[in-house]
Design a binder for this molecule. Sequence first.
Ligand code: UDP
Ligand code: MN
Length: 417
Amino acid sequence: MRIIHPSGHKCSITDTLEIAKPTLLMSLACTIKKTSIDTMKPSMKVGVVALVGVCVILYQYHLSAGVRFDQLNAGDPGVSYGAANVPNNELEDDDNSYNKIIEDKIRAAVQWVQNVHGLSPDLQNILVAELINQFRKTRIPSPLHLKASEDFKLKQRTQEVTTINPSEKIPPLYVITPTYRRPEQIPELIRMSHTLMLVENVHWLVIEDAKVPTKEVTKFLNRTGLRFQHLTAPMPAKYKQKKGVKPRGVSNRNRGLKWIRANATEGVFYFADDDNTYDLDLFTQIRRTKKVSMFPVGLCTKFGLSSPVVKDGKFSGFYDGWVAGRRFPVDMAGFAVSVKFLLQRPNATMPYRAGFEEDGFLRSLAPFEPREIELLGDNCTRILAWHTQTKKNEPSAALDMKLYRSTNLVELKQQIV
Ligand code: UDP
Ligand code: MN
């Protein structure tokens, strides 16, 4: 079959696919050849070319948008996409629902070509089956993951990245995020998810200070395409009722540690509050933590900064506006820990002691001395995390149902606090 390119050059469908290269499209080309290609009407041929275009776009989307094939296939055991405190069989359901989304996209694309250009029902069915078959078979190896992000120029900065061998397996990064229901919750999580979408092999543990998972949060997490776990860990009543400063996010972080002990064997974890701001280099650098790494955090305490002090290239103490007898006067966003290191310390936990959460947790990692700290951020000369805080908003006023009962406002109101 011959088609005329707008440039005037003649090229076949198979030529077009050669240019596009993806292997799944090669197979599609074979399918088309094998079937009724020679007997196609011209309009149908245009349809097939349009379909190839749609497939190329779909394929490019997967390469670039962070929805990766290893996220589409049931891969790592014990890993879920879109799971809220659910057993393993339901986690598989989530993988299946991901595959279903892709399959529906394929069906819709073929249907669109059928509607606009016409395709025989036989050819329509063959195309759908073959595309789905190829999507199921395809996995993108990790070098391509690296390449995709390099294309976006996200990973060119640190020396560490340039030394990563592309064929080497990237260790997983577990990001433990405490969160709780309030007007700012969803916008905070949106901002954070956008950061994590730019990070390789990340597993987001979102842990709500709540008795039951918030529906809006579950819905949101499912839409991110990130690998995540949605857990709950309410603050114990005796602390909740307490007046004054409370141990915020402690039950959540301890729940995260419990999950890691039960499910992770390698990699690194990091406590990332939902309202902070993270430099992308942070994730690249902490990923190789052997025991405990530390780095400067901006915008916290009266010094505006919390950081290890480095003299003559070596650790020589801590700089923090609030020391208060702490052995490790650091910010929650200022350290990361190796999973293996944690697993060797079965009693490590975060105490319910406001202001001493970081110190208590780091002390509980004993045996561990400050001199063993791995200094990141180019020997602590760069701020990798920012302890930002969002202005608190009052919950919204009730909706006047007499006025707005049958309007869009009813649905919108369910999405806010
Ligand atoms: N947090 C929580 N329950 C609360 C208050 C806070 O789970 O009652 C979470 C919050 O979402 C954040 C972390 O704990 O991820 C630290 O809280 P916050 O940001 O209020 O503390 P700050 O940064 O002001 O010290
Ligand atoms: Mn905060």
